[in-house]
Ligand binder design. Structure first.
Ligand code: C2E
Ligand code: MG
Ligand code: MG
Length: 583
């Protein structure tokens, strides 16, 4: 690189002693762009008392030096007439780089060169000094320009610290600060803190591209700031991604309904072939001691309570939601010790053959026998364990308990019925799943066909390919695969097409609407018929009444599981059912 750093002290040049206040041990860097050796030497001499000077012989070299990133320049002294790249072209080129916009450029011109000065100023030069050089004027102009640029950089930093760079509305930190100011002297209950986002916004990015997603976010920010301006005191901001929040006065719930309608209407009007559905979580600021970031958390909790519910677009926060979080935290704190202390235990719910009405297997269902709370059902803790990942450990524990039980029964010489175990959807992402299951069946020498694996249908919606690959591998190992909760999701028919399962478990509870009993029966009957034609067996679970069992038998359903036949029970009670007496 053709550059040289000239730095030094020159004390006797044109009475410059009065500029001592410029002096700084960490001298700023100045870039001189000048082809004329004499001019360059004079300028360098003047400047090098107070600055570190780097020089370039034309615009092209100057750009190279700038782009090398080796120096952080406080200003550029630019000659206009140079070979290779003149000053005008340089001014144009440098304007294309955002990162150099705040460096002041002072043009050095010949005397009375008005036209060139004008043109240079028009191209973005900050100031000019004319030849022959006057050291004082140069140093003053340079200092002023640097001071001004630092001020501009400071206000830009301040702006960046407070406003969202994409939409120009308040960013999260500034918004929360403004909320605290806004509600400080208000009465409790007179403001609401609203948080909203767009349901499945990531799909917009995926379908239409990030740029379209950004345009939508800008549109939202614009109408949101217009909307909040219609209140005397209000503030809005973008929290992150597609999450926006605003704080407005609260009168009554009907005004909230109107607000939701208005924003939905604005989103509907946006020209994109996508159903843009917002979800609002609202915290009524009833306690002024609550910090704004906690308000945001509470509004987020409220929004979470209706996530995925197309019919309901807003929810107010209530203390029950906080209680749920506390419970979740308690469960998380206790889970590891509970596993070590064997507080988890496996219950067995017998399954019955519908033709013979005798037991033909069981489902293993976990229970938490809590020292204080007593018997806790999985509906309370499995969703928490699925969120924090602990479910993989618990599933393993249940599988091992089942293997131990089967081994024990086999050792007693019994002909054992298969037992199905639940495999959490989280376990589908477990790379060791197959190895773990095979190791267990090998360790306890349990034939694989005695362990059936129940995988919930909803896992298909989340990740069809992973489920497809996993079921195939598990089947190849010799396990029987059951599609649990079949009919509960939206993709049941696709599952039949894509996934090679052995058994469909149809949950009767999804079809318990008595007004539509005929319809439900028709659906079940066609599902059973379809499964049959595909060579898949069927089991109905949640069977609570004799008529249900009779109906299922009449349509050719193979097995049933439900309170009508037997409830889940501890191992000692199940043992009499475990043996295959039919053989
Ligand atoms: P699931 O796998 O669909 O299990 C069937 C659930 O239905 C069980 O609830 C069972 O007690 C209940 N049930 C059976 N027959 C009837 C009936 O006639 N009427 C009614 N109302 N309910 C009936 P449970 O034991 O509370 O388990 C709930 C869910 O928790 C299970 O649904 C399963 O998804 C999950 N779960 C249970 N144990 C485990 C486990 O070890 N690992 C994993 N990952 N999940 C488990
Ligand atoms: Mg199950
Ligand atoms: Mg089920």
């Amino acid at each position: 690189m053709k550059s040289s750093v000239i730095s030094g002290q020159i004390s006797n040049y044109n009475n410059i002693s009065s500029y001592n206040d410029f002096k700084d041990d960490n001298k700023n860097y100045i870039l001189i762009v000048e082809d004329n050796k004499i001019n360059k030497a004079i300028l360098s001499k003047i400047l090098s008392v107070y600055y570190n000077v780097v020089s370039a012989e034309n615009g092209k070299v100057a750009l190279q030096i700038l782009r090398s990133g080796n120096f952080s320049f406080s200003a550029i002294m630019l000659d206009l007439i140079m070979p290779v790249m003149d000053g005008f072209t340089f001014l144009h080129e440098i304007s294309l780089f955002d990162e150099f916009k705040s460096i002041p450029i002072i043009v050095t011109t010949g005397n009375d060169d008005r036209e060139n000065e004008k043109k240079a100023l028009e191209l973005g030069a900050w100031d000019f000094v004319s030849k022959p050089y006057d050291a004082q004027i140069i140093l003053f102009r340079l200092k002023n320009a640097i001071d001004r640029s630092q001020l501009t950089a400071f206000s830009r930093l301040k702006y960046l610290a407070e406003f969202d760079s994409l939409t120009g509305i308040c960013n999260k930190e500034h918004f929360l600060y403004e909320v605290s100011k806004l509600v400080k002297s208000e009465k409790p209950g007179s403001f609401i803190f609203v948080r909203f986002d767009i349901y499945r916004f990531q799909l917009i990015n995926a379908f239409f591209g990030i740029h379209e997603g950004d345009l939508l976010l800008k549109y939202i920010a614009t109408f949101l700031s217009d909307f909040v301006k219609s209140f005397t005191s209000s503030i809005c901001g973008r929290m992150n991604a597609d999450v926006f929040a605003f704080c407005i006065p609260f009168s009554d719930e009907s005004a909230v309904v109107d607000m939701v309608k208005h924003i939905k209407k604005m989103l509907k009007a946006y020209p994109l072939n996508f159903d843009i559905v917002p979800t609002f979580g609202i915290y009524l600021i009833s306690d002024l001691s609550v910090q704004p970031d906690i308000m945001l958390d509470r509004a987020a909790l409220a929004a979470k309570s209706i996530k995925g519910n197309y019919m309901v677009n807003y929810a107010f926060y209530n203390d029950k939601m906080r209680q749920e979080i506390t419970t979740e935290q308690e469960i998380t704190n206790e889970m590891n010790k509970a596993l070590e202390d064997h507080q988890f235990t496996v219950y067995f719910q017998p399954k019955y053959d519908l033709k013979t009405r005798i037991p033909c297997g069981a489902e293993a269902l976990v229970r938490w026998i809590h020292p204080v709370k007593g018997c806790v059902s999985p509906g309370t803790f499995i969703p928490v364990f699925e969120r924090n990942g602990f479910v993989t450990k618990l599933d393993y524990y249940v599988w091992e308990s089942v293997c131990i039980a089967i081994r024990k029964w086999l050792d007693c010489g019994k002909l054992v019925h298969p037992v199905s175990v639940n495999v959490s959807r989280v376990n589908l992402y477990n790379k060791d799943l197959i190895r773990q299951l095979c190791e267990l069946t090998d360790k306890y020498n349990v034939p694989k066909e005695l362990i059936n694996l129940e995988i919930t249908e909803s896992a298909y919606t989340e990740s069809p390919e992973i489920l497809q690959q996993m079921t195939e591998k598990l089947k190849n190992c010799g396990f029987v695969i059951m599609m649990d909760d079949f009919g509960s999701g939206y993709s049941s028919l696709n599952i039949l097409k894509d996934i090679d399962v052995d058994v469909l478990k149809i949950d009767m509870r999804f079809l318990s609407d008595t007004h539509r009993q005929q319809r439900s029966e028709n659906i079940i009957s066609s599902v059973v018929g379809m499964a049959k034609s595909l060579g898949i067996s069927t089991i109905a679970e949640g069977v609570e009444r004799k008529e249900q069992a009779d109906f299922l038998a009449s349509i050719g359903c193979d097995c049933v599981q439900g309170f009508y036949f037997a409830r889940p029970m501890p191992i000692e009670q199940y043992e009499p059912y475990a043996e295959d007496i039919a053989l």
